[in-house]
Design a protein around this ligand. Structure first.
Ligand code: ATP
Ligand code: MG
Length: 562
């Protein structure tokens, strides 16, 4: 036994079922107490938040038990894979703070070894070359209640199989003319055991092996054997692979290779979104979003661009935990996680999204005061800054009402409010344009109410954010709503998920007025725009056109809207 157990989670009662298995294995000295996991993405799309759950678990358990975690690209389907995805996947994993050191592997690195394993199976009379078409194979497979039929090619000699398999590899056959199949059991109640296909012929170039191969291994064949080659002790995957486990174990037993153990856990499903790379790709290709990193996407690159922090994603993943049964997590929980994290980290700033001018009639015409304001009341170490204040400022249009109800605690004729970190002001009059829209509000201020040095103790109920008109930075704000209007867009038998796209998921607001300190904001700087929500500087932002994304509103406004 090693001293790995010293690293185990402190409270044994809170261990999840995988930690239980691992600790038991360590206690029993299995694999000399070594813990080695892997994260095996297929490079056919960007990673989404569901993948984050998987790799936080793979890398997290390795860290927790002093083990290792490999990054292995499952690149066995050259038709759908691309290096763009490889790079994006690596960036996303690193963003969450995980490292695979020099252990970046590719299933395609093992094509040679897998080929030899296949020959070994053939020699054991456990695999054969089959000339049935895909349709015939499927017709012969039977159903869960009816056994399948043996292929007429099932009992070929070892020699013949070896020769045909070599010809398959040499490129002597056209695509889809034959396959190599494992000889397991066509009557097995588990359909995956009914002589599964190991190799198919595809005359396409691979992004790493080029034209070296024209036979490509199927997932079940490549995946488990790659685990063994790498000495993976605990191969964690999602529940849909549970039915593949008998085959995974059959290959290990027949080949006599390293006994990796497959353990399944529940996928992360999130409400109001979809988690299939194929469907996310459809959104990208159809132009419904601007790309894989569109801030409305559930991808890690989308969430990052939207202003999610890596800590908020890790906290979310830890909060939802690991289960053995599939369920749907409310997306509000993810939003809660980012709010909680940004509440601690994001400096407070003032930005007015729908500006209306406020003129303080009794304030000196040319005076500019630099008023001090605190950066984050949750964290005094974040210090203070100053904001310029002068006669003309902007406030939000909806913070003034000409004829307000009694409970309106913001500005209205004759009513007094506090301007955050500045003075009390009382509205006196307003101007309208020819359409009846208010253009300017006139008010007076009370010099004795200056923030921090007030001599007046009277109370006001409302506090408004504001920005000096002369010093304001003009900026664009992008507000996002849920990408889908249905909580389970992918869960309708008779309807395509596309039908539930929210036509109003993006609102672009131009001409927003922001405090001048925001001119130094750079992607992906995070802020709390006071009273409005958490925002970040977008990667499209430039000096002449600053752009900010709304990450989340301050509260769960979705609930109120319904
Ligand atoms: P998709 O259906 O989105 O294409 P996938 O499973 O085909 O997903 P892979 O690249 O094969 O994508 O996934 C890599 C790993 O991430 C696998 O081990 C898989 O089980 C896991 N994974 C994928 N989706 C989820 C999810 N929603 N929740 C948890 N783990 C997931
Ligand atoms: Mg997969």
């Amino acid at each position: 036994m090693t001293d790995n157990t010293n690293n185990k989670a402190e409270d044994t009662k809170s261990l999840n079922f995988i930690e239980h298995i691992i600790e038991e294995d360590i206690r029993e000295g299995k694999h000399e107490g070594r813990i080695h996991t892997r994260f095996p993405p297929e490079p056919n799309g960007y990673l989404h938040i569901g993948h984050a759950k998987a790799f936080c678990l793979d890398f997290g358990l390795a860290e927790q038990y002093g083990g290792k975690c490999n990054l292995r690209f499952d690149d066995t389907n050259p038709a759908r894979e691309d290096v763009e995805y490889v790079d994006a996947i690596k960036e996303d994993i690193q963003w969450l703070g995980f490292e695979w050191e020099d252990r970046e592997y590719y299933a395609s690195d093992y094509f040679g070894e897998l080929y030899h394993y296949a020959e070994k199976l053939i020699r054991k009379e456990k695999a054969y070359v089959c000339h049935l078409s895909a349709k015939e194979i499927s017709d012969n497979r039977g159903t869960p209640t009816e056994p399948g039929k043996d292929s007429p090619y099932r009992n070929r000699s070892v020699e013949e199989n070896l020769e045909l398999f070599a010809k398959m590899k040499a490129g002597d056959f056209q695509d889809d003319t034959c396959t190599l199949r494992a000889k397991v059991d066509m009557t097995s109640p588990n359909m995956h055991m009914r002589d599964p296909i190991l190799y198919r012929i595809r005359h396409i170039a691979h992004h790493r092996t080029g034209n070296e191969w024209c036979i490509y291994p199927m997932y079940d064949w490549a995946h488990g054997q790659s685990d063994s080659i790498e000495g993976i002790t605990h191969s964690l995957c999602t529940l849909e692979f549970e039915v593949h486990r008998p085959l995974y174990e059959w290959f290990i037993a027949e080949l006599g290779i390293f006994p990796s153990r497959q353990i399944e856990f529940a996928r992360l499903n999130l409400s109001y979104t979809i988690m299939s790379k194929r469907k996310l790709l459809q959104l990208v290709e159809n132009g419904q979003v601007s790309g894989w990193d569109d801030p409305r996407m559930p991808t890690l690159s989308g969430l990052r661009r939207r202003g999610y922090t890596s800590d908020s994603i890790k906290n979310f993943v830890n909060t939802i935990g690991i289960a053995k049964r599939n369920n749907v997590i409310d997306v509000a929980l993810l939003e809660f996680a980012v709010r909680e994290d940004l509440n601690k980290k994001a400096p407070r700033v003032m930005a007015v999204l729908d500006p209306i001018k406020l003129i303080i009639d009794n304030y000196p015409d040319d005076l500019v005061e630099e008023l001090e304001t605190i950066n984050n009341p949750e964290d005094e170490s974040m210090g203070v800054r100053t904001m310029p204040f002068c006669k003309e400022i902007y406030i939000e249009r909806n913070d003034f009402m000409e004829d307000p109800p009694k409970k309106f605690f913001r500005l209205a004729p004759g009513r007094e409010v506090r301007l955050k970190s500045a003075y009390f002001v009382t509205a006196q009059s307003f101007e309208k344009d020819e359409n009846g829209n208010i253009t300017v509000v006139h008010c007076t201020y009370d010099p004795d109410t200056k923030s921090g040095s007030a001599t007046v103790t009277r109370k006001v109920k409302g506090t408004l954010h504001w920005v000096s008109a002369k010093h304001a930075l003009d900026a664009e704000v992008r507000q996002y709503d849920r990408l889908f209007m249905d909580s389970d867009p992918d869960g309708h038998k008779d309807k395509d998920f596309m039908e539930f796209l929210n036509p109003d998921s993006l609102t672009i607001i131009k001409g927003c007025k922001m405090e001048p300190s925001l001119s130094s904001a750079r992607y992906p700087d995070h802020f709390q725009f006071q009273r409005l929500g958490y925002f970040n500087c977008d990667k499209d932002s430039t000096e002449t056109n600053p752009v900010f994304n709304r990450t989340v509103p301050l509260r769960d406004t979705w609930k109120q809207k319904k």
